[in-house]
Ligand binder design. Structure first.
Ligand SMILES: *Cc1c(COP(=O)(O)O)cnc(C)c1O
Length: 430
């Protein structure tokens, strides 16, 4: 197994190199040279296997010996050390709750897996590894928690002041230790521009190893396959339709990868908000990225989804094959809010805005396809979004981990939209 660039202008690399490089120099994305076929035994025995065993069996061919089996198993065990329950909403629709990890969103799995692999590979390094992340909310928390306390690694997070929810801010700013959080007076785009500038700063790069932990990294992307196996482990009946709330399309791409490896899934639905570049593509075969628009499901506000090229790659760029397996719909904010109210009133289940988009897309699919059943992914806990209480008129239940956050002190450094200030702070971490 090796990884090639989807732009095909960069050298092939191993798993380790793909992880450490993040992105190939030609600005494509790393993609595995083959999609391993899983043994029938794994699929047939899913209900009897532990989550860590499934994670290990699924990821092992992709790591291909770069980490010993013993160490890889331990990394898997730590990564999926919480629940992934499949909860029935009604006769036909169940949800796979992916919000039981430390930061209450599905990004915990990828962030935890990547951080532990990075620790493994930098164990004997003299140089420090500094991870820089710009976040609009969910990613930063997951990465910070994933890397918190990991030896040899410093994490610097940039988030836009006053533009993340209360819970997200507490998750970003209360860890301390090797996590430094910068509160930037600007937008998410400003944060991202500064992170890019730091990663491209040649002088800094002579002093330490700098890396980003964004979702295009193979070590964040590939472990997301685990969810789909955990869904099927708890599923009874014909292969489900699976609806995936999508923004950058990493999660969905990993689900399709799992399916090509042998996991039985009838169909995937890309559940999008008003950012509808993929929905339009599936209708017209024209791929036209646009600037993103702000919605209730803000973690999916992506106008140019970076991982979509991986989905095209899985299908060898054959539009017909892709269309057979994937459907895409875009749900407006109005319908998202109405769905949240409706599902709460009918079933007593509190959806977050991202899950609501997934639910609606699946329910609409069933209006047209009378006899199938399916699953949507609940990608974050409703308590993370300030809009939920306002929409359903009832504040979501606060999990214990959040209650204890409220007792902690926010620790952040407020800065202007200015690279020099960030650079000073980075230098002080080396
Ligand atoms: C990141 C995120 C998404 C979108 O996932 P992609 O892999 O980028 O498509 C959906 N929901 C929530 C809550 C997220 O944080």
């Amino acid at each position: 197994m090796h990884y090639f660039s989807t732009n095909r202008q960069s050298p092939h690399v191993s798993f380790r190199e793909a992880l450490l490089n993040g992105q190939p120099d030609d600005k494509g994305l790393y993609f595995p040279s083959e999609i391993p076929l899983l043994t029938n035994g794994l699929i047939a025995n899913l209900p009897g296997l532990s989550n860590e065993q499934i994670a290990f069996d699924v990821i092992r061919p992709y790591v291909d010996g770069d980490i010993s089996d013993v160490d890889l198993f331990e990394i898997c065990r730590e990564t999926v050390d919480f629940d992934f329950p499949l909860v029935a909403i009604n006769d036909r629709i169940s949800t796979l709750e992916l919000f039981h990890g430390p930061t209450l969103a599905f990004k915990d799995v990828g962030a935890r897996f990547m951080s532990r692999c990075l620790r493994h590979f930098s164990k004997n390094n003299e140089e420090k590894t500094i991870v820089i992340v710009a976040t609009s909310g969910d990613t930063g928390g997951a990465v910070a928690a994933g890397f918190h306390g990991v030896e040899g690694i410093e994490v610097v997070i940039l988030y836009p002041k006053d533009k993340v929810s209360k819970v997200q801010e507490l998750q970003l700013t209360t860890l301390g230790g090797n996590v430094t959080t910068l509160e930037l007076r600007g937008t998410f785009d400003d944060c991202q521009a500064i992170a890019k500038q730091a990663l491209g700063d040649i002088d800094l790069r002579t002093k330490a190893h700098f890396t980003s932990a964004n979702s295009i990294n193979v070590a964040r992307w590939l472990p997301q396959q685990f969810y789909y196996f955990y869904a099927l482990k708890q599923w009874q009946g014909e292969p489900p339709v699976i609806s995936v709330p999508s923004g950058n399309f990493g999660n969905l791409a990993s689900g399709i990868l799992a399916h090509i490896s042998g996991l039985p899934v009838e169909k995937f639905i890309a559940a999008c908000n008003a950012n509808d570049v993929v929905t339009r593509f599936l209708q017209t075969e024209n791929y036209e990225p646009l600037p993103s628009v702000a919605t209730l499901s803000n973690a999916m506000d992506v106008g140019a989804p970076s991982n979509f090229v991986r989905i095209l790659e899985i299908f060898d760029n054959k539009f017909i094959d892709l269309k057979e397996k994937l459907e895409s719909v875009s749900i407006s904010d109005e319908t998202t809010a109405a769905t949240m109210r409706d599902v709460y009133a009918k079933y007593g289940y509190t959806l977050d805005p991202h899950g609501a988009v997934g639910y609606r897309a699946l329910a609409d699919h069933f209006e047209k396809n009378a006899d199938s059943r399916g699953i949507f992914l609940e990608t974050a806990h409703p308590v993370k979004f300030d809009s939920v209480g306002e929409i359903i008129g009832q504040a979501p239940m606060v999990p214990q981990s959040v209650e204890s956050l409220f007792a902690k002190e926010k620790q952040s450094i407020e800065i202007g939209n200015d690279y020099t200030a960030v650079r000073e702070i980075l230098l002080s971490k080396i």
